[in-house]
Structures are given as C-alpha cells and as structure tokens.
Unconditional design. Structure first.
Length: 107
C-alpha cells in the first residue's frame, strides 16, 4: 500500500488555455523528472479545461513542485498545484459504508 508520503501525482488548475503539454512539462521539470502530463479536456467540446494531472518521478519531487510552483506564473496566470488525493482502498470504502450515520435532528 502506498503511503501518503509517496504521492507523485499532482493536480494543477488555473492553467492558461494557450498552454500546451510541453509548456507544463517544461515548468515542472525545474523540480525534477516529469513522468506524465495529462491536460484535461471537455468531453463534449474537446477544448482544454485549464486543468491537468502531472506525475513526477518521486514523492519528494512532487512535494517540491507543490512548494515551488503553487501560484507560479505560466502565461501570465497563477497556477494552483495540489497533491492528488489517494484513492480509498476497498477496506476504507467498506468501512465508510458500514459507519453509523449521524441522526438528523429537528429544528
């Protein structure tokens, strides 16, 4: 099981619409080896949404990218960089399903 310290995946928002995968890759490469850049597109229009997933080579490089590049300028826009939340395990999903629900109170 991956520990939270090993997270190499980043979610980047507020990217200028004229930015390309190459532009994002070049920016993040100052923090280490970029393994993947995936620009997100709208399913209906196919247009870039201004968000991307970036995978760094190591968790330390990803942490450096968050610390160094959050609010950095790319095409005169401040980007936002956050760690991707890890997917819950099967056990965590089951535990959440079986957890007692709070009772509703009437006002």
């Amino acid at each position: 099981m991956k520990s939270k310290n090993e997270n190499k995946d980043l979610f980047v928002t507020d990217i200028a619409f004229e930015a390309t995968e190459s532009d994002v890759n070049k920016l993040f490469s100052v923090c280490g080896t970029v393994r993947l850049v995936n620009l997100l597109t709208d399913k209906k229009t196919g247009k870039f949404t201004g968000c991307a997933f970036v995978r760094m080579s190591t968790g330390a490089e990803a942490k450096d990218a968050i610390n160094s590049l959050d609010e950095a300028q790319l095409f005169e826009r401040s980007i936002r960089v956050k760690a991707v939340r890890p997917k819950p395990t099967e056990a965590e999903i089951e535990q959440a399903k079986n957890a007692p629900r709070p009772k509703k109170t009437r006002k």
